[in-house]
Design a protein around this ligand. Structure first.
Ligand code: GSH
Length: 232
């Protein structure tokens, strides 16, 4: 880390958004202090650092807070040396941002609906269907972006790899909980190989949450939602 740089990350362990930032920090070889937040009782530091959304992750760099996981990743890429996360070429940069946003808006939103946000069985089932569609679309994006290399960023892990890679424990948990295969089969063979490759990276081993832990967390969220619905 550059001399005198003080980095602190506010997060929660299961959050894919936090995992994305942890991956970027690991990729850049940066050491940082990590503070686990209790979202039921947010710390003064979190409320002061992200007064608008009051959400994690927040990265605090030398006392200055940066909010929103994708913006934090871009900030880290610009503020620190190390492997580039965004492409240098403006057009490729725009394409990478497009697919990273798609990974959030379609992939993440779909498994979240299926596992923790969907209120009815119908909503959950719609989430599952949308997840298959979104992953098939990402399969096409991988074929185009990787140019025959191993990652969305080509030979290197880039913005889209982080955006989808941070979701891998949740996608595995979705497979465990539903008995469906989301990554693999004849629809997403490239994506399945990419996921295996990504999971083997040291940065992924250091940052991805434990799948069993995520399954337990999702079940706990589902039980809470069911109890709230029964009480309503
Ligand atoms: N768009 C945000 C989403 C962050 C987010 O949704 N964080 C959730 C946890 S995964 C949170 O802090 N929720 C607390 C709340 O909504 O009060 C990002 O990319 O950082």
């Amino acid at each position: 880390m550059a001399g005198g740089d003080d980095l602190k990350l506010l997060g929660t362990w299961p959050s894919a958004f936090v995992t994305r930032v942890k991956l970027a920090l690991a990729l850049k070889g940066l050491s940082y202090e990590y503070a686990e937040e209790d979202l039921a009782s947010k710390s003064e530091l979190l409320l002061r650092s992200n007064p608008v959304h009051k959400k994690i992750p927040v990265l605090i760099h030398n006392g200055l807070p940066v909010c929103e996981s994708s913006l934090i990743v871009e900030y880290l890429d610009q503020a620190f040396a190390g492997p580039a996360i965004l492409p240098a070429d403006p057009y490729e940069r725009a394409i990478a941002r497009f697919w990273a946003a798609y990974a959030d808006d379609k992939v993440l939103a779909s498994w979240a609906t299926m596992l923790i946000r969907g209120k009815t069985e119908e909503e959950k089932s719609e989430g599952k269907k949308a997840l298959f569609v979104a992953l098939e679309t990402m399969e096409g994006a991988l074929a185009k972006c990787s140019d025959g290399e191993g990652f969305f960023g080509g030979t290197n892990v880039g913005l889209v790899d982080l955006a989808l890679g941070c979701q891998l424990s949740w996608l595995k948990a979705a497979e465990v909980m539903s008995g469906e295969e989301f990554l693999g089969g004849d629809k997403t063979p490239l994506l399945a190989a990419w996921a295996a490759r990504f999971t083997e990276l040291d940065v992924a081993k250091a940052a991805l949450p434990d799948v069993d832990g995520v399954v337990e967390f999702a079940k706990m969220k589902q039980a809470k939602m069911a109890a709230a619905a029964a009480a309503a």
